[in-house]
Design a protein around this ligand. Structure first.
Ligand code: ADP
Ligand code: MG
Length: 596
């Protein structure tokens, strides 16, 4: 959280609110803001960060509410047991729905969320034991140590206590190993190449968001002391999504800002508009729609970033994030992998072929790469070099042939399993998370070297492991000469330096084999020299490298062995000196071997 003084102020204001002579109306309004914010916080994670759109969160709120309503009135258990049971049911349903629907891509997931929201709504309305459309009344209040939270003021304390805890936990989660994986969900292949199981994290945030909805439902049921289907319908599901979008996902507080803005504006419009225009027609919906369009037009990323900028103008620029602290020099060092002895065969590519429809991008390519060797892969644009990288690293499936890494056949395995075996890569088209700091981007590369999960992260029990990851990332950044950029957003660096960040990220994986796709593109002469020195040092440490690069000076000086490709086929192979005088290569490139 960058704006700490503001945070203290907000919490203080929340704490004294019930003692101020504010009308009961405002306490009720605050209760609703708290309840809705819980659901919106889940959506912020699910939709804002993870990119999975759900219209159906109100259905989970309903699960939490109806569970406790039925259990406390019909069975007569304590509301706290109602909470546990409700969360268990929400977890089960969300896990089941998530496992089925999260496989869907594009518009199908949002459509599915519409479907289950409607289905659960009609279920609540048609089940006799849930009171059909009348619902369940006479729900008892929550009690804490014999003290009843029946009055609105007291529920206010419980609602906001739970909301503040949820904000804290979610903030922690986003600032962790699991959080970096969640923030990388939209990137697809990149994160999988560093061992992130995207499907797992999709289910995690889906269940997390559903559970927050369930808690909100439980609080609602015991605040209203009655439930009926209407607050769990599709209209509310859409409204939650609206709130999440308006708040923005730059900070967990976006959830509260979005919720408060919409609830208060809607309410005030309902009061003010009829008096202004002198008609009782429901014009507030129209005015509300126009307002929303304006917000989305002028604050694309939601209201939170706008508020943050305003605050910084008032209070001066925020302190740099914690990552700027000397990156945990007292932190433990991560265990390192043992590299194979120099000269051992690390990678065996045999008769590999890749068809894209009628186009043969890679045609019967075979080669071997040994430990402690830098091998170059060169050829003009479109020769099939990047495709070979994708085939080796498991990003694309090959049409024929085989790939063995450390003696194990890896073709057909998912990218994240290949990464686990010790293969790391960079991408020709830079794939960093632009809003995340350089250091955090590099830490993502070490995803497989720590284990801390979601619960540990939310409760901040993962700090030792995080410090070790931060130390490792700082070490790799230092090695590639980017220590000074650690705290900058990755997207603010020139493209050439972003490529070097990708190398640091790949090194964080502690690889046996490193695949670098045009690492020197966009670098200045001195920067290229420095990069060559780093790669040479890696080779001397026993790492193996496969390099695609267009700068012939760079390639010829650095590599031990070269494969030249053209139109997907092998043109020549050998040591750099032979390649430079190879007639076939010279003929293909009309003698212009300076730069392909
Ligand atoms: P290089 O990296 O050597 O410049 P690529 O491996 O990127 O070449 O591309 C080789 C050929 O395969 C090109 O003709 C390219 O257009 C084609 N190609 C690459 N990826 C795809 C894809 N996903 N779908 C269809 N064609 C592709
Ligand atoms: Mg390429």
């Amino acid at each position: 959280m960058r704006v700490r003084p503001l945070l203290v102020l907000v919490v203080l204001a929340l704490a004294i609110l019930p003692w101020l002579p504010v009308s009961a109306f405002w306490i009720t309004q605050m209760n609703y803001i708290g309840l809705y914010s819980l659901v919106v916080l889940g959506l912020l994670l699910l939709t804002g960060v993870g990119g999975l759109t759900s219209f159906g969160q109100s259905a989970f709120v309903g699960l939490g509410a109806y569970s406790t309503a039925w259990l406390t009135t019909v069975v007569g258990v304590s509301p706290w047991l109602g909470l546990v049971a409700g969360l268990l049911l929400t977890w089960l349903v969300a896990y089941g729905l998530g496992a089925i629907t999260l496989r869907l891509s594009g518009h199908y997931l949002p459509l599915c969320t519409l479907a289950w929201c409607l289905a659960l709504f009609y279920l609540y309305g048609n089940l006799d034991f849930l009171g059909r459309y009348d619902g369940i009344a006479s729900i008892p209040p929550v009690t804490v140590g014999g003290w009843s939270l029946g009055a609105g003021n007291r529920m206010y304390v419980l609602i906001w206590l739970i909301l503040l805890l949820a904000l804290w936990g979610t903030h922690n989660l986003l600032d962790s190993r699991a959080g970096r994986a969640i923030r990388a969900l939209r990137s697809g292949a990149m994160a999988e190449s560093f061992g992130v199981d995207l499907r797992h994290y999709k289910v995690v945030i889906f269940v997390y968001a559903a559970l927050l909805g369930g808690v909100s439902g439980w609080l609602y049921a015991h605040m209203q002391r009655a439930v009926s289907p209407s607050p769990f319908g599709l209209g509310y599901g859409i409204e939650y999504l609206f709130m999440a979008v308006v708040g923005g996902s730059g900070s967990v507080w976006g959830a509260v800002v979005g919720t408060a803005t919409i609830l208060i504006v809607k309410d005030q419009l309902q009061n003010v508009l009829p008096a202004l225009i002198g008609t009782s027609a429901n014009l507030e919906l129209l005015a509300f729609g126009v307002l929303m369009i304006l917000v989305l037009q002028f604050a694309r990323d939601g209201l939170w970033p706008v508020l943050e900028r305003g605050w910084e103008r008032l209070a001066g620029p925020a302190r740099p994030r914690r990552a700027a602290a000397p990156a945990g020099l007292d932190a433990a060092e991560l265990p390192r992998r043992e590299l194979p002895p120099v000269g051992d065969v690390v990678l065996q590519v045999q008769g590999v072929r890749k068809d894209f429809g009628g186009l043969v991008a890679v045609n019967d390519i075979s080669f071997e790469l040994r430990a402690g060797e830098i091998m170059g892969l060169i050829g003009p644009n479109g020769a099939g070099k990047s495709t070979i990288f994708n085939l080796i690293s498991g990003v694309q499936a090959l049409t024929a042939g085989s790939v063995r890494f450390m003696g194990v056949r890896i073709d057909g395995r998912p990218a994240r399993e290949i990464a686990r075996l010790g293969l790391a890569r960079s991408f020709q088209h830079v794939q960093l998370l632009p809003d995340m700091s350089v250091l955090e981007n590099v830490m993502l590369g070490a995803h497989l070297r720590e284990r801390a999960g979601v619960v540990a992260a939310a409760l901040r029990l993962d700090r030792a492991g995080e410090a070790a990851l931060r130390r490792e990332a700082a070490r790799q950044l230092e090695r590639v000469g980017l220590a000074d950029a650690a705290d900058q957003p990755a997207g603010s660096l020139p493209l050439g330096r972003q490529r070097v960040v990708e190398i640091a990220r790949a090194l964080c994986c502690d690889p046996i084999l490193l695949l670098l796709d045009e690492p020197a593109a966009g670098l200045r002469y001195q920067e290229k020299q420095a990069l060559a020195a780093v790669l040479d040092q890696l080779r001397r440490e026993g790492m193996s490298l496969l390099l695609v690069e267009h700068d012939m000076d760079f390639v010829m000086k650095l590599t031990d062995h070269l494969l030249v490709m053209d139109f997907g086929t092998r043109l020549a192979e050998g040591v750099p000196a032979d390649i430079q005088s190879n007639p076939a290569v010279l003929e293909a490139y009309l003698g212009g071997l300076d730069e392909f």
